[in-house]
Write a protein of this length. Structure first.
Length: 455
């Protein structure tokens, strides 16, 4: 019997997707609000991994943190991102690992010869969403180095190459597309498409890479690199409360919901806010606002999620009726058919509202990630490795959040470990995980790497 439980990831309760009820429950629970969420404390005894985890965590903590919000603004190829990347290189050097940056700007730290093949890779990302938390991404990278330290303390002998990776631009906060580093590597994003990505200031991705010291000339698919990897395991803070509810510190991922981003452009007519009669207006804000409500309705009906979390308005004046309202929809569902139904419903409603107000509407799908079912054999192997000493059954969770492990899953066997998040809050300064749980994650990752790379 497989030592995993709770299979069938994707159902909202297991998926870590904050259902309205779960969201209310989370809101009612005491949160670590008002204090720094990014400093997990524990004054108990330290393992080597614990000590190194603490040090690394403390070093990363101030980088890119906004003093006002307390959240992180580590956007791809920005100054804060460069500091994080310099930190990664230092960690690699301090451990005598061979450091390299691949053609797409992803950073790698190798123990053993990459050319030997069948490498076991772990890691995550260091960039953030606007005002993100400290854990989403960095927990996986810091835990990877700490797990290696733990294995060295155990005097483990590796029989396969091991690598730690920091994937570039996972969140897509700057250029609008998530997981750019892994998408390029996997060939899901072409070099031409990537060259056209532009940030809000009109800076293209290649220009941003250049400014940060990375030559963008060779960006593109990297099948040779992927061919050297036998397994990729990404550790991540859970972005939901399934582990909190089940009372487990660590879980294994089963699946990622299909998800995408759509841009809705509502074009009307700029005019004077004081002198234009209501009947004479072509105000795109009205159709946009109605569309936001429609998104909520459609998502509720389908048991999915739909979010307008980013908006830009032109001319953006208090006393001017807007000429353009541009809103970005993020929608996710357990399966493709449901997601299609939700997005079609929102589009249809937006079209009707736009017509009613004399507004021109354009909808563009900017990105899409199909459902990901993580490699079953690897998932079961993780469950076996984690349960082997205790006999405990490891929970298996689906998630509505995207990850580099999901992007790579069609190319190489991938798996994920989740670490308990007591409030479920993520993509927020209040994101939190307790130190004991983080260290349990490090030990779990070390056990998994030992089992996979020391056979
Ligand atoms: C990334 O965190 C995403 O799910 O959007
Ligand atoms: Mn994220
Ligand atoms: Mn992440």
């Amino acid at each position: 019997m497989s030592p995993v439980r709770g299979e069938g990831g994707g159902a909202p309760a297991e998926a870590g997707v904050p259902s309205p009820a779960a969201g209310r429950a989370a809101a009612a629970r005491p949160r670590p609000a008002g204090r720094t969420p990014a400093v997990p404390r524990n004054d108990g005894p330290r393992s080597p991994a614990g000590a190194s985890f603490q040090e690394m965590w403390a070093e990363l903590l101030p980088i890119g943190r906004h003093p006002g919000s307390g959240g992180y603004r580590r956007y791809a190829w920005s100054g804060a991102d460069r500091e994080c990347r310099a930190w990664f290189e230092e960690q690699a050097g301090a451990r005598g690992l061979a450091y390299e940056v691949d053609r797409n700007g992803n950073q790698w730290a190798w123990l053993g010869d990459p050319a030997a093949g069948d490498a076991v890779v772990t890691g995550s990302h260091l960039d953030s969403v606007p005002d993100g938390g400290a854990f989403d991404g960095p927990l996986g990278v810091v835990s990877s180095f700490a797990a290696l330290d733990e294995l060295r303390a155990r005097k483990t002998r590796f029989t396969k190459p091991l690598a730690i990776v920091n994937f570039g631009d996972e969140e897509g906060a700057r250029f609008g597309l998530a997981c750019v580093g892994s998408r390029l590597t996997a060939g899901h994003l072409t070099a031409e498409q990537a060259r056209r990505l532009t940030d809000a200031d009109g800076v293209t991705l290649p220009r941003a890479m250049e400014a940060a010291g990375h030559d963008p000339e060779a960006i593109g698919a990297d099948p040779e690199r992927l061919a050297r990897i036998g397994a990729f395991v990404e550790l991540h803070v859970e972005q939901g409360r399934a582990l909190d509810l089940s009372g487990d510190r660590v879980g294994v991922a089963s699946a990622i919901w299909p998800h995408g981003r759509w841009r809705f452009d509502f074009r009307g007519e700029a005019n004077h806010a004081g002198t234009t009669r209501l009947v004479d207006r072509r105000d795109p804000m009205l159709s946009y606002a109605q569309t936001v409500l429609a998104a909520r309705r459609e998502a509720e009906l389908a048991g999915a999620v739909a979010t307008f979390g980013k908006i830009s308005v032109e001319p953006n004046g208090v006393n001017a009726i807007p000429s353009l309202v541009r809103g970005w929809l993020d929608s996710r569902a357990a399966d493709q058919a449901t997601l299609d139904t939700v997005v079609d419903g929102i589009r249809r409603a937006a079209g009707e509202y736009a017509d009613a107000h004399g507004i021109d509407l354009d909808v563009v799908r900017e990105s899409f990630t199909p459902v990901v079912e993580f490699d079953h054999a690897l998932r079961d192997e993780l469950g076996r490795l984690l349960g082997k000493d205790t006999g405990l059954v490891v929970p298996v969770l689906g998630t509505g959040a995207g990850h580099d492990a999901g992007i790579l899953s069609g190319r190489i066997p991938t798996a994920m470990l989740f670490v308990r998040n007591p409030t479920g809050v993520s993509h927020s300064p209040a994101e939190f995980a307790a130190e004991d749980d983080c260290l349990a994650g490090v030990r779990a990752l070390a056990d998994v790497l030992e089992g996979l790379a020391c056979t």
